[in-house]
Ligand binder design. Structure first.
Ligand SMILES: Nc1nc2c(ncn2[C@@H]2O[C@H](COP(=O)(O)OP(=O)(O)OP(=O)(O)O)[C@@H](O)[C@H]2O)c(=O)[nH]1
Ligand SMILES: [Mg+2]
Length: 397
């Protein structure tokens, strides 16, 4: 067998029609004890029969039947496993969960003319045919991807009450003014919900040597970034993922900001540029200052469009403690002092500390765009149409 060819991943195609036979990996990526492939369509039985001969000669393919046999690729045995006939034209193929084995089974199915699609397409399609309205179909799909359990609860509430209840009420209302203002409130809440559903990016920035990398390692709970007392240690940014309360966080450590380096014509200039770009592409900036240095004057940087929290680091050396400044927290990243206060402030600034998952929230781009149109629409008929579009029967992808 050509090992390199065997290890090459198959690229799923996008879009498929109901009359086509298709297959996808149903289980999660990565190594597992068992991996499952789903095959569905008018020719699914023929395709499965070609790649999976059951051990028993007299085995019959019947709905509800699970057969024990072997997966073949190029007439060679690849693995032993089970094939379940779930409906007339849908099969679940259970093999050992090495992703390389699953890829080979997909290739074998592809050689029978089966289209290989990605998991998302398959579930989206299934939910669309099982649900009576788009919000429910989107909710069932997004619940699979929510980055936190609070996010799963939030989406679940949108179909048991929340957004669906609001839309039903709107459909029977003629009070356009209150529909628009309620839509505005939902959009505001949705911005916070999005953080809980998708996670946030928090960028750690500040002058060189202020302790940014030490803080990243402390917050992420792992030694991700190199720490040294030489200014300019971090050049390219370093990321680490972790949990903070109900949030999934991407922590990003950056190169120390330095006006002179930014003007220089060196590699450092690129590092400076990258840091500045990142400052606009995040949910929060932690601006880290070294309070033990005489250069630090006690003035905090002014905030831009992205919320910023100043971290007065190396508190163990300076003992400065600004008790009444809500925009600054004194910590010792090295010793781990006052980290709880820092984490609490982060959750407060991102407004997720008191998040109520039962309140109506939009949780897809489609819903958000339609709500924005409702807010800016003047014509009552147009508003009614937009509400109906939000609620409409799901369409196949
Ligand atoms: N005493 C004390 N030292 C600290 C603290 N935080 C960091 N340091 C030290 O400060 C030095 C610089 O720390 P780094 O985390 O590498 O600083 P940085 O901001 O990432 O530096 P650059 O990547 O060069 O911009 C190291 O020697 C750290 O051990 C702190 O809270 N207290
Ligand atoms: Mg660093």
């Amino acid at each position: 067998m050509d090992i390199q060819a065997a290890e090459k991943r198959i690229t799923p195609v996008s879009g498929f029609k109901p009359e086509q036979t298709w297959a996808c990996i149903r289980t999660g990526a990565g190594t597992a004890a068992i991996g499952t492939i789903e095959a569905e369509g008018p020719d699914a039985l023929k395709a499965v029969q070609r790649i999976f001969p059951p051990f028993r000669q007299d085995a019959e393919w019947k709905v509800g039947q699970i057969l024990h046999g072997q997966f073949l690729t190029d007439s060679r045995v690849l693995d032993e496993g089970l094939a379940a006939m779930e409906t007339e034209n849908r099969f679940a193929l259970h093999a050992h969960g090495n992703p390389l084995i699953l890829q080979q089974i997909l290739k074998a199915l592809q050689s029978t003319g089966t289209r290989i699609v990605c998991f998302e397409q398959m579930v989206r399609r299934r939910f669309q045919s099982a649900c009576s309205n788009s919000i429910e179909a989107e909710a069932r799909f997004e619940m699979l991807r929510a980055a936190s359990f609070l996010g799963v609860r939030c989406i679940h509430h949108q179909i048991t009450g929340g957004l669906i209840e609001v839309l039903r009420r709107w459909m029977n209302s003629t009070d356009i003014q209150s529909i628009r203002s309620e839509a505005e409130t939902i959009l505001q809440h949705s911005r916070i919900a999005r953080r809980i559903l998708q996670g946030v990016r928090i960028v750690i920035a500040g002058p060189p040597n202020s302790g940014k990398s030490t803080l990243l390692n402390r917050l992420a709970g792992q030694e991700r970034a190199l720490v040294s007392d030489i200014p300019g240690t971090t050049r390219d940014w370093v990321t680490a993922f972790g949990r903070l309360g109900p949030l999934w966080v991407e922590w990003v450590d950056t190169a120390g900001l330095d006006e002179e380096l930014a003007r220089s014509d060196t590699l450092e200039q690129i590092a400076q540029q990258r840091t500045r770009e990142l400052l606009n592409r995040c949910d929060l900036i932690l601006y880290v200052l070294d309070t033990s240095r005489p250069l630090w004057t006690g003035e905090l940087p002014t905030a831009g469009p992205v919320p910023m929290l100043t971290v007065l680091n190396k508190y163990d050396l300076s003992k400065i403690f600004p008790t009444n400044n809500r925009n600054a927290v004194a910590v010792s990243a090295l010793q781990g002092t006052n980290m709880e206060t820092l984490c609490e402030r982060i959750l407060q600034i991102l407004q997720v500390d008191s998040f109520d998952p039962t309140r109506p929230a939009a949780f897809t781009d489609r819903q958000i765009q339609l709500l924005q149109k409702i807010v800016s629409a003047d014509d009552p008929d147009r508003i009614k149409t937009l509400i109906q579009l939000l609620f409409k029967a799901p369409q196949a992808v």
